[in-house]
Design a protein. Structure first.
Length: 97
């Protein structure tokens, strides 16, 4: 029982610390937060689709606000769907500096 409690506290701390401090205004409110699975997919898409035209940029090179604009420009170039666009965005901003 105690372990479950500890796990719950840990999970909530982890979840809270992963939430970006300032939510970018341009972020679409329609989509709920991505699951860990979707973020993992975002990483795969990022690593496979975002190095075709240039070297892979580091997620930590830009702020979450900058990534909004970058992804708006790059998602169409990489021919991502709206969902993939969201997952890649959620992945890059989930990487801690
Ligand atoms: C079809 C080619 C192409 C693809 C695919 C592509 N990019 Fe780019 N990217 C560019 C070009 C060209 C530039 C530089 C000119 C510009 O800023 O538009 C650039 C610039 C960038 C920059 C630098 C922006 C800055 O302000 O310095 C980042 C970051 C970036 N891309 C990320 C991505 C990500 C993430 C993906 C995958 C979703 C991606 N790119 C896919 C062509 C592409």
């Amino acid at each position: 029982m105690k372990n479950i409690f500890v796990a719950a506290v840990f999970a909530s701390v982890l979840f809270t610390s992963c939430t970006p401090k300032s939510t970018p205004v341009a972020e679409a409110p329609k989509s709920a937060a991505s699951t860990a699975e979707q973020i993992a997919q975002g990483k795969t898409i990022f690593e496979n689709s975002c190095n075709r035209c240039h070297k892979l940029y580091e997620p930590t090179q830009f702020t979450s606000v900058q990534w909004v604009g970058i992804m708006n420009a790059m998602a169409p170039k990489a021919k991502l769907t709206d969902e993939q666009h969201q997952w890649v965005y959620d992945y890059v901003v989930s990487v801690k500096k």
